[in-house]
Design a protein around this ligand. Structure first.
Ligand code: DGJ
Length: 738
């Protein structure tokens, strides 16, 4: 792995044998982009990649030179207005009203490893040999502002992490209105723009659009990364599929307002920018102040989307997620939310926990409703003290009883929110994000605390830390159930109101940092009305996240399939819930509900006492199965095989690192009469090894990968003795052992 600099041509070549990333100082001193893709051999000059041509009606940089126009030049961190008319990576509003900047390369440095980003989640190294970081320092002399572009190349991943830091070293107040984490200018636009969009209960559905001239984007302006769009996109060559072809994955390690944008110009070149959403963003940089962008990660694959995903999975699982739970198989939990909603007593909770414990569940999670005056969604948020009428011996008492069963105890919080009917709001009405004198919009009858204010974060921390110190709590589900409206902080001056959204998220990160540092044994699960903030920023603090409030197994196929493009399986919270399902009223077989949830951080979300004895036996079988295979299910190499977005069948699989064990999940949404023989081509197996399928016949890996695994079972009508009757929402797990 190395960062190579060729002085004679002022060219940077970052290469690790898997990818190459090549940049060059341009004639105006700014930094140009030459190549990103599969590794190519190094050479002194890549100047032939700098395509320039005289074009009528173009504006040019230097008088007498009709070729050098930034309009046609691929750049690293472009600004608007000096011959480039595309959307910029950086824009600074200056006291004279100008927004023109001119950042010129002054120096660069290379260091082993990867420095942390203060206050922000980011990938990291455990030893300095794992990565190398290039910092290119640019300066706008007129403003006295400097711009540091950071590039970390990982030795073992086809991945590059990028961020930028802008420092006001001059004497004037500046306003940063665009500060993207990444700009990638590509020489052609023959890509599909793939994004993961939806809404509450149908998060991260895969959407594919052909890139055309003009701007296409996904974004959030809600304060959370959102159910609606995810800060992850793919640029996929037409014809690329899961196991072949070129794809670039771009991911932003951030949980707030973001923009992922693709701009195709008149010459079909492509500019992609990813970072904090410039909409409504205005960060004042007083003299001496600086702004650090969040980190963006670019992954390249020429072997299709599965290979790209496996890179993200490995990198994010082991070098973004942190803490004691990072590498550990996750406890099988039971959560009382869908079993009770707000209607519970301690005895009712205990009966749910006892039943679950008898069946082998390891962790009981008490969800919403245990604190303050919280008996509905109208009251209590902000008052993090146990409700004595529900928990007579407090949290410590309940935790003792749960622990007495041999289970761990976990607890739900919604730290960022407050109800007006709460002691916290009565004491501090100004702590709510709102514009004085205007109506305050609510979401679920609740209001958002102004986490840009350190005293607000401190107050919530103190309340939570007291509870964590006073009871044996092993797990926290951190929920967040509404987006921000009327963005305004009473603690910020008028010319800093455009900082609120980012400062809010920094406050969320600060609270997470303090809690995870001081209570390192606690397993955190992030949540935002399900998957409203399922992003890499959260993954840094919470190694798993509740993927969606939609717990229906068939709905989950799409949600989990879409989620798997960027996020590791160990991070995807997935539970077996009651039937008919509470979100879509679907009746799905109990095995199918588990077969979908196995590929995630597995648990239950129902009262097992309400099941028949036969169903309880099935639950016990499921839990025993999960305990036997969770290491492979959560940490194995994951392959998508059949997409729920393409038809009636879904299949995916995971393979152990030694390739001796594999689990294939196969799902058929609607049954079919007298269907064809269907085979699913497996991936990731050892072609030389012979695998027993479900303890039966042996099949060689090459056969299973090239010919496929036969998944057809009984037809309609008669079925043979060894076949299962067919039904809608059917599924199977195949266990392959070498
Ligand atoms: C939304 C979450 O996604 C649910 O799982 C549950 O915790 C509720 N909030 C509780 O209010």
């Amino acid at each position: 792995m190395s960062v190579i600099y060729h002085e004679s041509t002022k060219t940077f070549h970052l290469t690790n044998g898997q990818i190459s990333y090549i940049m060059k100082v341009l004639p105006n001193g700014s930094l140009g982009q030459l190549y990103f893709g599969r590794a190519i051999r190094d050479r002194e000059s890549f100047d032939h990649l700098l395509e320039m041509r005289q074009r009528p009606m173009s504006s040019c940089v230097f008088e007498g030179d009709k070729q050098f126009s930034l309009e046609h030049t691929r750049q690293e961190y472009p600004s608007y207005g000096s011959t480039d008319y595309r959307r910029p990576a950086v824009q600074i509003l200056q006291p004279n009203g100008s927004r023109i900047t001119d950042f010129v390369v002054r120096s660069h440095s290379v260091s082993p490893g990867k420095p942390a980003l203060e206050g922000l989640p980011a990938t990291y190294c455990e030893s300095s040999g794992e990565a190398e970081t290039l910092t290119v320092c640019l300066e706008d002399a007129l403003l006295g502002a400097s711009l540091d572009l950071h590039y970390t190349l990982f030795a073992d991943y086809p991945a590059l992490a990028r961020s930028a830091r802008i420092v006001n070293g001059g004497g004037m107040d500046l306003h940063l209105t665009h500060a993207m984490s990444l700009c990638l200018d590509l020489p052609d636009s023959d890509y599909e723009f793939v994004h993961f969009s939806g809404a509450w209960a149908r998060e991260r559905w895969m959407k594919v659009r052909k890139l055309e001239q003009g701007i296409q984007s996904v974004e959030s302006a809600r304060g959370n990364s959102s159910h609606n769009h995810n800060p992850f996109i793919m640029l996929r060559r037409p014809g690329t599929d899961e196991d072949k072809g070129e794809v670039i994955g771009l991911s932003l390690i951030y949980s707030g307002n973001f923009l992922a944008q693709a701009e195709v110009d008149a010459w079909d070149t492509l500019r992609v920018t990813l970072g904090v959403n410039p909409f409504g963003f205005d960060w004042k940089l007083a003299p001496g102040e600086s702004f650090q962008t969040p980190e963006a990660v670019m992954v390249y694959s020429h072997d299709g989307c599965n290979a790209m995903s496996r890179t993200f999975h490995r990198l994010y699982r082991s070098r973004l997620a942190r803490g004691q739970w990072r590498d550990r198989p996750r406890p099988i939990l039971i959560n009382n939310w869908e079993a009770t909603y707000f209607d519970f007593t301690e005895d009712k909770l205990m009966s749910i926990a006892e039943a679950a414990c008898r069946d082998g569940v390891e962790l009981f999670v008490l969800d919403d409703g245990w604190f303050g005056a919280r008996s509905s969604d109208r009251a209590g948020l902000g008052d993090w003290t146990p409700n004595p009428s529900r928990l007579p011996e407090g949290l410590a008492g309940l935790a003792r009883r749960i622990n007495g069963l041999g289970m761990q105890f976990g607890l739900w919080f919604e730290p960022e929110m407050v109800n007006k009917d709460s002691d916290l709001y009565r004491a501090h009405p100004d702590w709510v994000i709102h514009v004085p004198g205007r109506r305050e919009s609510h979401g679920r009858n609740q209001y958002v605390l102004d986490f840009s204010r350190p005293e607000v974060v401190d107050c919530v921390y103190d309340q939570m830390a007291k509870l964590l110190s006073g009871a044996n709590i092993s797990y926290i589900k951190w929920d967040m159930n509404r987006s921000i409206t009327e963005p305004y902080s009473q603690a910020l001056p008028a010319d800093r109101q455009g900082e609120l959204f980012h400062r809010y998220i920094l406050g969320v990160y600060r609270l997470y940092e303090r809690l995870t540092a001081n209570f390192p044994h606690v397993l955190f699960e992030s949540c935002a009305s399900g998957g409203g903030r399922f992003d890499p920023g959260m993954l840094y603090y919470a190694p798993q996240g509740w993927a969606s409030d939609d717990s229906d197994a068939i709905e989950r196929l799409k949600i989990q399939y879409g989620t798997s493009y960027c996020y590791p399986i160990s991070s995807i919270g997935a539970h077996v819930s009651a039937s008919p399902n509470h979100q879509v009223r679907r009746t799905a077989p109990l095995p199918t509900r588990a077969n979908a949830a196995y590929f995630g951080a597995f648990g239950y979300e129902l009262d097992l006492n309400k099941l028949t004895e036969e169903e309880r036996q099935e639950v016990r079988r499921q839990i025993a199965f999960m305990k036997e295979y969770r290491e492979v299910l959560q940490f194995g190499d994951f392959y998508r095989l059949l997409s729920p977005f393409d038809g009636n069948f879904t299949a995916w699989m995971t393979v152990s690192p030694d390739r001796k064990t594999a689990l294939v999940g196969w799902y058929r949404t609607l049954s079919e009469a007298n269907g064809p023989f269907r085979r699913v081509k497996l991936q990731g197996l050892d072609p030389e090894l012979c695998y027993r399928v479900d303890g039966g016949d042996g099949h060689y890996g090459d056969e299973l990968m090239n010919l496929g695994l036969l998944t057809t079972d009984s037809g309609a009508g008669e079925c043979q003795a060894d076949e299962r009757p067919i039904c809608d929402f059917d599924s199977r797990i195949y266990v392959l052992k070498a």
